[in-house]
Design a protein around this ligand. Structure first.
Ligand code: ADP
Length: 396
């Protein structure tokens, strides 16, 4: 256990955690604490191929972590004395302040809490998770790794919204970007897999999970990304609309009498694939399409249309393209999305090999033909490993 890093990803009512060996990337243990604050809480913990489960009320994040620690102890690991190097926390919004992994002090924690106005669903949960973990493991460095950090380098033209600049400045309205840890990790892996220098590569990374985002990366630096002030902008997602005409918000406010919170709920939780088809899980969507469901088929076509629009935009943004990479749950597993997103682009030097694309595997791999001038890849993301490696730098 010595030298390993505990990675904590706190949501509003859940905490995902993983004990990671930052050298090998091996997950030594992992778990999920769910339904915090509800009577039917559950902790599922996996260690050494054994799954353990605890069911019962979990009052708050602190109690949840204590239960998880007890499950580590049952498996023979006393976390507080196991010699772990650091705790790495995923923090969603770093605003304009944080653009590199940062050791968490009282001031840093206060600043993360202050940034809650930009990420009201996420940052408060991150703060609660950090406080609980710091109380449980007071003697190791706790490090915040920000989802926005990789996009710190966005050129001004890409990060600026064309609205009244005084209002934008006063309220921090600009494009920040999210999933940065994944885009950075995956674009680095692309260079490894291709045996090329990261500094020489122009690439597009498509992170397609429940949330989804695209990025244009040149020489390891983000040039553009599809998520904006919040993770609502851009691609069609499981439950989020992605890009819409902002006039829709005013229209719904005026014509349907919806309150801001209703519209927030509509666009974040009842839109995207779910809004169009009733399901947000891609596997369920596929089953509906196979059963001839028209709404599911339309949802899929809207999803792919938006994806292609971003690919086209980023090809022009980058001017020259070396690689397009698919990652996260849908990107890694849904071969039909990869094929449809890049269909008919042979004229742009992009040619997916049907057999390579259909082959399943957990390894990073190239799925383009040998003749394709742009390499197309599938690279499993590993945000936990990236966070663990960043946090380990702070080992005392
Ligand atoms: P999150 O954004 O929650 O981290 P993930 O990256 O785990 O999400 O992606 C979740 C999405 O991946 C879901 O829509 C799920 O249906 C999809 N997915 C997972 N496995 C498969 C698969 N074998 N085929 C198609 N889609 C899959």
């Amino acid at each position: 256990m010595k030298g390993s890093v505990l990675v904590v990803n706190s949501g509003s009512s859940s905490i995902k955690y993983q004990l990671v060996d930052p050298e090998s990337g091996e997950a030594l243990a992992s778990g999920l604490i769910e339904r915090i604050g509800e009577p039917d809480g559950v902790v599922t913990h996996r260690h050494g191929g054994v799954d353990r489960e605890h069911r019962g009320p979990i009052a708050d994040h602190g109690v949840g972590l204590q239960l998880a620690f007890a499950m580590f102890a049952e498996a023979g690991i006393e976390l507080a004395s196991a010699g772990i190097a650091a705790v790495g926390h995923r923090v969603v919004h770093g605003g304009e302040v944080f653009y590199r992994p940062t050791e968490i002090t009282a001031e840093v924690l206060a600043e993360i809490a202050r940034l809650s106005s930009l990420a009201p669903l996420h940052n408060p949960a991150n703060v609660t998770g950090i406080e609980s973990a710091m109380a449980a493991l007071p003697d190791v460095p706790h490090v915040a790794v920000f989802d926005t950090a990789f996009f710190h380098t966005l050129p001004e033209s890409a990060r600026t919204y064309a609205i009244d600049s005084r209002i934008a400045r006063e309220f921090g309205v600009r494009r920040y970007g999210f999933h940065g840890t994944s885009h950075e990790y995956v674009s680095g892996r692309v260079a490894d897999v291709l045996g090329r220098d990261l500094a020489s590569l122009h690439q597009i990374v498509l992170h397609l999970g429940n949330g989804a985002s695209a990025s244009a990366i040149a020489g390891g630096k983000a040039m553009d990304t599809s998520m904006g002030l919040t993770p609502l902008e851009g691609l069609v997602m499981g439950t989020r609309s992605g890009d819409i005409d902002p006039g829709i918000v005013m229209h719904l406010r005026r014509s349907a009498g919806l309150e801001v919170d209703d519209i927030d709920d509509l666009l974040n939780r009842r839109s995207g694939l779910k809004g169009l088809s009733g399901v947000n899980d891609f596997r369920e969507l596929r089953a509906l399409i196979e059963a001839g469901d028209e709404a599911a088929s339309l949802a899929y076509r809207v999803y792919v249309h938006r994806l292609r629009k971003y690919i086209g935009a980023y090809m022009v943004t980058l001017g020259r393209l070396d690689a397009i990479t698919f990652t996260a749950g849908v990107g890694e597993n849904a071969a039909e999305v990869r094929a449809d997103a890049l269909a008919g682009l042979e004229g742009f030097g992009i040619e997916v090999d049907a057999e390579r694309n259909a082959a399943r595997g957990r390894e990073a791999r190239v799925i383009s033909t040998d003749a394709s001038t742009v390499a197309v890849l599938v690279v499993p993301t590993n945000e936990e490993l990236a966070i663990a490696r960043a946090a380990r730098e702070f080992e005392r």
